[in-house]
Write a protein that binds this ligand. Structure first.
Ligand code: TRP
Length: 338
């Protein structure tokens, strides 16, 4: 049993508690995570320390950390099988991050496109944390000796840097860190903006571009009704020429666990009104039980907080093992037990 547990690969993922999770996150990541929980050691970290690289309202941030954790659990992730916790509850993230800062070059960080984008967007607050954000991310991953990291295309550069830092460190001190690889879900599940269907659905776009997992029913009905389609009137899957219609078909297929072909043949010959109605119903059917479970969890904060504390302790045990090894390798004075 013990052996079996150790042979499982480790998956680590970080989720920002800034903003709300969308059905794009659900289809591309969350719903697949539930399928991994028996075969991998999965660690899901709510990265509140990353979130403060841009200004956050304290009360909002506090609430969103719980909300993200509750959403993960409501999507079927068992907090006993997975580790779901807040980054700031495990001090090893900050400690390893400092050490790795000393193994990362300014030039490497200056090349990061997310840093350049965010610096342009938050020109009034280009703080050092924004600059060293990728190092904290590397610390997150390397602390847990993660084998696989599920990421979107926008985080590939950060994962590459993580691998470079790990290899650099290992080159000096021996095999301390597992060098992680990206884990990319099934293709074909990229969900696009409802208003600009050639762009990825993003929570940072205006409200009517995305459907949040926690959106109320009337908002979901309204947003799908107003989703951009085209004027040829034919239901056909053709992302190049019919991005809006194809996106709705993708959403239906994903939410009803069917293929695009099945979805198209079911709706062929009907109008866009039917397409949208059907899409609305499958989205609502999928989200209803998740929202109910989420509400239940949020109503019992004491339980949710106890889960997070318990999980932080489990995370801490793993993180501390790596951290002590690193500290010893670089020559920090030993901690002598009395
Ligand atoms: N930077 C990631 C994002 O914005 C979040 C993140 C932080 C992360 N630490 C991580 C993702 C570790 C994967 C692994 O999406």
């Amino acid at each position: 049993m013990e052996n079996q547990v150790q042979q499982k690969k480790t998956i680590f993922s970080g989720i920002q508690p800034s903003g709300t999770l969308t059905i794009g996150n659900y289809i591309g990541a969350l719903r697949n995570f539930a399928l991994l929980q028996d075969d991998y050691n999965c660690i899901y970290c709510v990265v509140d320390m990353h979130a403060i690289t841009v200004r956050q309202d304290a009360a909002q941030l506090r609430k969103r950390c719980l909300e993200v954790a509750a959403t993960y659990m409501a999507c079927g992730l068992d907090p006993k099988k997975n580790i779901i916790y807040c980054q700031s509850h495990v001090s090893g993230h900050a400690e390893l991050s400092w050490i790795l800062n000393c193994f990362t070059y300014m030039g490497e960080l200056q090349r990061m496109t997310q840093y350049k984008d965010k610096a342009a967007k938050h020109a009034d607050n280009i703080n050092a944390g924004l600059f060293t954000y990728p190092v904290l991310m590397a610390a997150d991953i390397l602390l847990y000796q993660a084998d696989l990291v599920p990421i979107g295309a926008d985080q590939k550069q950060h994962l590459e840097l993580t691998r470079d830092i790990a290899q650099r460190f290992n080159g000096v001190y021996g095999d301390v860190f597992t060098v992680p690889e990206g884990y990319f879900g099934k293709i074909g599940s990229r969900i696009m903006s409802l208003q600009e269907p050639t762009r990825k659905m993003s929570k940072s776009d205006p409200d009517d571009c995305y459907i949040a997992i926690l959106d109320p029913e009337d908002a979901i009905r309204r947003k799908i009704k107003r989703a951009v389609t085209d004027s040829d009137g034919e239901i056909r899957f053709d992302p190049e020429n019919k991005p809006g219609v194809s996106n709705l078909l993708s959403i239906i297929a994903a939410m009803s666990n069917s293929s695009i072909e099945e979805t198209v043949s079911k709706l062929q010959g009907q109008g866009y009104g039917s397409l949208k109605n059907y899409c609305t119903e499958v989205v609502l059917d999928t989200l209803r039980p998740i929202q109910a479970e989420h509400a239940k969890l949020m109503a019992d904060k004491a339980y949710l907080q106890s889960v997070l504390m318990e999980n932080a302790e489990r995370a801490n045990a793993i993180a501390t093992r790596t951290l002590r090894k690193v500290q010893k390798k670089i020559g920090f004075a030993e901690r002598i037990k009395k």
